[in-house]
Ligand binder design. Structure first.
Ligand code: DGJ
Length: 712
């Protein structure tokens, strides 16, 4: 049967077409470059398939959930039952509403199984990102055991054959991992109870030939800070589907009569001109929809974070000295990291006791906060509200307040347990503790940490990973409601809680605990597929990185932190004086270009593997910055030309190298003298910079150069 009702959502360059009629099954017909002159009915005809021997007489078309009852035999996007009955749902459309031309709500039901599935899909007019979700409701009398519900199942065009997943580990997040789609299933499951370092809930699927500036690709991200599942399935009939959703633990969603389950939001984008354009869509969506311009244009201040400077060795005098040097080099916000409270003299004790430690701060925090404020800086503070150490007053008083499985020993991680925030008494206690600290002090910023996986997420004999994730959101929300000017940084041992779900409540992400600039080049490049630069915390660390042991120049460390929400995390009192001067110059340069870095269009460049290069271009293409980092030695004696992207071919630009100073070119004469790149620079057309490129100077490995490009 051919459908005759279509929902067409259009924005900018994108069309999204659903066939959807009352009594039928909703299906995605098209998602791609905008179609101006094509009748959707024709698309359905053009996609006519036929019977193949050995197959069902009539092929079942995929739906928004590929439910078992539909009969595609594809891994379903929905799985539920009632004590073994009603196990093969098949949803039919009951009503279609379009709250706006950009969005649709499709209410479906299976009237035999007595389950409703309501899909919401919207295409953002500005970013062209689709946001999809599904609500499942038990409309029968007996409970429904919901095992799985994807936010939406997307058919994937057959020419998109390459999957890029995002893997990693602590201190090495956002690593890209490319695999070809194969006949079978690509499945990634995150069971850590937080977004995770190793299984970021996002992926890109592209053509073999897709590059940063050309070729088709689609990207998906699940906005959720808990367990997740991603799967891409290719069927033997040639069709392929992608689905993302929350991974539910056994029995986690037992829907009583009338109860509902709502999937996390799935964000999806399309580009036919390469990966960079896809990233720009996701980044714009975060800027304007997820964060919703919450900070109202407030600049992102340069941070000083005390962690790698002092760890647990808090001393008011030393911290005051650090604050003085920090202010002198240009820092604008001073963040007191772990170690200021309770018995927290190491990571083995104190979590849960959110009172200022009298032994370390006999006068409370007011003195140091006042000094920081007098130096012209805001004050921020570290907390890890979801956790408790067994060695803490809180745990001694309430040993039963933690998540854990009855009869199984607690699994401790970093010497800590997870508080059961799904309980009202625990939630209220922790909220009051945070509220007291924020009410009693002039604090504008909270680094909200979460330093362990949740191995045994059980509360009151039931699985509670889902409820715990929601409770964390509620807690953040309540803190923000009580303290509307507070900014929150989402941190989970670095980038273990980086997703659009938490960004509804947080303003910044601590991208990684690794401040190794070379590692950071790759980590930040990976994160840029989904996140704009201004929310990615990027710190200048010590000369010898505490995590990798690698020694890197101050110039490279500055150039790397320059393209993020810049901060410092090193002992300024022990750094060499000349390095401090370089740092100071780097911070001043960052501030001079901060508004461009934090608002421009991000462009990744295709380069040989020994180079990482990208840029930020202003909206009207009159100014840009490009970063060229030679990570390791190149194979050939000389590097090649750098081809920029994102500029206007019609415009002429003055190009200069603005960092480091002087340009560390190894031999002369060179392109640097020829074009006076370290001085006045040269005028070059956008066309030449993009189509022909500019010779990269010969520099030592581990050197990062920043080009400034300004319209003439
Ligand atoms: C993990 C974070 O990622 C670090 O930056 C630091 O805040 C420590 N926790 C403190 O315990």
């Amino acid at each position: 049967m051919q459908p005759n009702n279509f929902i067409v959502l259009e924005a900018g360059d994108t069309s999204f077409i659903l066939s959807c009629e009352i009594g039928g099954r909703p299906q995605i017909v098209y998602w791609g470059p905008r179609l101006e002159r094509t009748d959707p009915q024709l698309l359905v005809k053009l996609a006519t398939r036929q019977h193949a021997h050995g197959s069902a007489d009539e092929e079942a078309s995929g739906t928004l959930l590929n439910e078992i009852g539909v009969g595609t035999l594809a891994p379903p996007g929905f799985s539920a039952h009632r004590s073994g009955e009603n196990w093969a749902a098949s949803f039919h459309v009951e009503s279609i509403t379009q709250p706006s031309p950009q969005s649709v709500e499709i209410a479906c039901a299976d009237r035999v199984a007595d389950i409703k599935a309501t899909h919401t899909i919207s295409l953002d007019a500005q970013s062209e990102i689709l946001t999809c979700g599904t609500i499942i409701e038990n409309v029968g009398d007996r409970p429904v055991a919901l095992e799985w519900c994807a936010a939406c199942v997307f058919p994937i065009d057959a020419r998109l054959t390459e999957i890029t997943g995002f893997s990693g580990r602590w201190a090495n997040e956002f690593q890209t991992e490319k695999v070809p789609i194969f006949l079978g299933s690509y499945v990634r499951e995150n069971r850590r109870g937080r977004t995770s370092h190793d299984c970021f809930p996002g992926l890109i699927i592209e053509e073999v030939c897709t590059s940063e500036q050309s070729g088709a690709c689609v990207g998906f991200h699940l906005g959720w800070s808990g367990n997740s599942r991603i799967r891409v399935d290719q069927l033997s009939d040639g069709r392929q589907f992608a689905q993302l959703g929350e991974l539910l633990l056994p029995g986690e969603q037992m829907l009583a009569s009338g109860e509902r389950y709502q999937t996390p939001a799935l964000y999806a984008g399309y580009s036919h001109v390469g990966r960079t354009a896809l990233s720009q869509k996701f980044q714009n969506h975060v800027r304007h929809q997820v964060l919703n311009d919450r900070l109202g244009g407030k600049v992102r201040p340069v941070h000083f974070n005390t962690w790698e400077a002092v760890y647990f060795d808090h001393d008011e005098e030393k911290l005051t000295e650090l604050a003085e040097v920090a202010a002198d080099v240009g820092v604008e916000r001073f963040i007191l990291d772990d170690g200021w409270f309770g018995g927290r003299r190491s990571d083995a004790a104190g979590l849960g006791d959110w009172q200022v430690s009298k032994s370390v701060y006999p006068n409370g925090l007011s003195n140091i906060i006042k000094r920081v404020n007098d130096l012209g800086m805001e004050f921020g503070i570290w907390m890890e509200p979801e956790m408790v150490n067994p060695d803490s007053d809180l745990f001694r008083a309430h040993p039963g307040w933690i998540l854990g499985i009855e009869g199984l020993p607690q699994i401790s991680s970093r010497g800590q347990y997870v508080l059961d925030l799904t309980r009202a008494d625990v939630f209220d206690h922790i909220f009051s503790a945070i509220d007291a600290i924020l009410s009693d002090h002039n604090i504008g910023y909270v680094k909200w940490d979460m330093n362990r996986d949740i191995h045994h997420p059980e509360s009151r004999a039931k699985p509670a990973a889902h409820a715990q994730s929601l409770a964390v959101y509620r807690l953040m929300d309540k803190v923000r409601a009580a303290h509307p000017d507070i900014e929150i940084e989402a941190c989970a041992s670095g980038g273990g809680r980086a997703d659009y779900g938490v960004l509804e409540y947080a303003d910044r992400i601590w991208t990684s605990d690794s401040n190794d600039a070379l590692d950071r080049q790759i980590i930040q490049r990976g994160a840029s597929h989904f996140f704009p630069l201004e929310i990615l915390g990027a710190h200048v660390g010590p000369q010898k990185c505490h995590i990798t042991g690698r020694r890197l120049s101050m110039e490279l460390r500055v150039a790397t932190a320059f393209f993020g929400h810049m901060g410092l995390e090193l002992n300024l009192l022990t750094e060499a004086l000349n390095e401090i001067e370089i740092l100071k110059a780097g911070i001043a340069l960052h501030k001079a270009h901060r508004s461009l870095i934090h608002s421009g269009e991000y462009v990744r460049l295709d380069t040989p593997s020994d180079v990482n290069a990208f840029g930020v271009v202003s909206e009207d293409m009159d100014e840009a910055l490009f970063s060229y980092c030679l990570m390791t030695g190149h194979r050939e004696t000389l590097p090649g030309r750098i081809r920029f992207a994102g500029l206007n071919s019609e415009k002429d630009y003055r190009i200069k190298i603005i960092w480091p100073e002087p340009v560390p070119v190894r031999t002369a004469p060179s392109i640097v003298n020829e074009l006076d790149l370290g001085g006045e620079g040269a005028i070059v057309s956008g066309e030449a910079l993009m189509q022909f490129g500019i010779q990269a100077p010969l520099v030592y490995p581990e050197t990062c150069i920043i080009y400034h490009v300004l319209e003439q």
